[in-house]
Every structure is written in structure tokens, then in C-alpha cells.
Design a protein around this ligand. Sequence first.
Ligand code: ADP
Ligand code: ADP
Ligand code: ZN
Length: 216
Amino acid sequence: MNIILLGPPGAGKGTQAQRLFDRHGLRQLSTGDMLRAAVKAETPVGLQAKAVMAAGELVSDAIVSALIGDELDALGPGQGAIFDGYPRTAPQADALDAILAERGLRLDHVIELDVDEDALVERITGRFTCAACGKGYHDRFEQPVVAGTCDKCGGHDFKRRPDDNELTVRTRMAEYRAKTAPILPIYEARGIVSHIDGMAPIDTVTAAIEAIIAAG
Ligand code: ADP
Ligand code: ADP
Ligand code: ZN
């Protein structure tokens, strides 16, 4: 099963992708995570992407599509994927079609998380992750059970993204509206889009996604 999770920054894509991995073994393919790893490792891609990401603008289509192709090739046979934060533009949607077709794969679902933009700033500015395992948290909405200790791996080190500030978030939302939202009709026309209320509590959103997966 291959699924695209679509929604603006802070909609809950990463949170839900982590849960789908834990429950179904579906691999989270996050271009944001791949790019952050490249920035950290100071690869040529990372050096090129760093300033673009810091500004909240989009990295070039060619770069992210190449990253996605490589990660798909690293999956085990028959392993499903969750595309998180990709595709984000019409050219990326076309590239994904080609990337999947070349590998004899298909897209089963596009799940759109409907969210209220005003709530996203609070979600993003309160977001942090475990530095060791990457588990996502929120200052208000998803705190570790024991303060300062990761629920998943017991780590004590947490980090926040430099682009998770109010100013950059506004640019990222504008990019989403202008370039990403317009790709939905491509998938609507194929009858594979489901809309979920992304403002519901995290567990409720997970249950709604589970229902879509269970239906086939
Ligand atoms: P995205 O990957 O779409 O940018 P995340 O999954 O990282 O978004 O979620 C952004 C922040 O909001 C995180 O701190 C996460 O814990 C929190 N969050 C995610 N889903 C919900 C939800 N349904 N209700 C409240 N907070 C949420
Ligand atoms: P969020 O889901 O919170 O918006 P991501 O982690 O998906 O954040 O992306 C962080 C940044 O990485 C984006 O603002 C953009 O600069 C870059 N990026 C990630 N995925 C893509 C993509 N598919 N196309 C272009 N740029 C991307
Ligand atoms: Zn952890």
C-alpha cells in the first residue's frame, strides 16, 4: 500500500506517518527529513537546500524527486510507503507518477488532513522531537509521559527546527496554498482522495486513517 499524506505544515502528517509505521510497517518517506539530514551532513544537496528551507520556500523539484526515488529503491520488496511532504507541486506529482510506474508501483490513497490555518502556528511553534529516535511531540498536545524522557527510546535530548518560527511558518503556508493545494484535483480525478478532519485529537485522526486503510 502506498499513501500520500497531504496537508499544510503542522497538519499532522509526520505524527500520523510515525504511527502508521509502528502499526503497519509502512515506511515514512519524508522529503523534509531527507533534506534536514542532507543539510546536517553538508552534502551538495544540503548546502543548496539550507537557505531555501530556512526561508520557508520550496527546494527544487528535481532535488526532492531524486531523493524520493533513492529512498523508494531502499525499501524492502512489497513494503508500502507513506509520502509525507511530497509531492508538493504539480511537477513533483508528475514525477511521482513516473517514479512509481518505473517500479511497477501504484498509489492507493491520497489522504488530505483538513486543518484550520490559525491553529497551525501554535502547532508548529510548540513542536519538538526526540534527538535520538525522531519521535514527535508538542508542548501542549503531545507531551512525553515522563517530562524530559522520550516515551519511545528513553532519550533525554530533544530538538526544535530552526524553521518552526511564526514568520517562516507564514511563508510555508503561503507556499502550500499556492503550489501544493492545487495538486489535489489531479488525485480527485482518479477517485483516490479522502478528506479527514485534521483538527480532531491525534488518536481520532489515526483511527480515521486506519479506517481508510482497512477499506482497501
Ligand atoms: P506535519 O508533519 O504535517 O508538519 P506534525 O505531525 O509534525 O505536522 O505535527 C505538528 C505538531 O502538532 C507536532 O508537535 C504534533 O505533536 C502536533 N500535532 C499533530 N497532530 C495533532 C493533532 N491532531 N492535534 C493536536 N496536535 C497535533
Ligand atoms: P512541514 O511538513 O512542517 O512543512 P517539511 O519537513 O515537510 O515541513 O519541510 C521542511 C522544508 O523542507 C520545507 O519548508 C521546504 O523548504 C523543504 N521541503 C520538504 N519537502 C519538500 C518538497 N517535496 N519540495 C520542495 N521543498 C521541500
Ligand atoms: Zn526517542
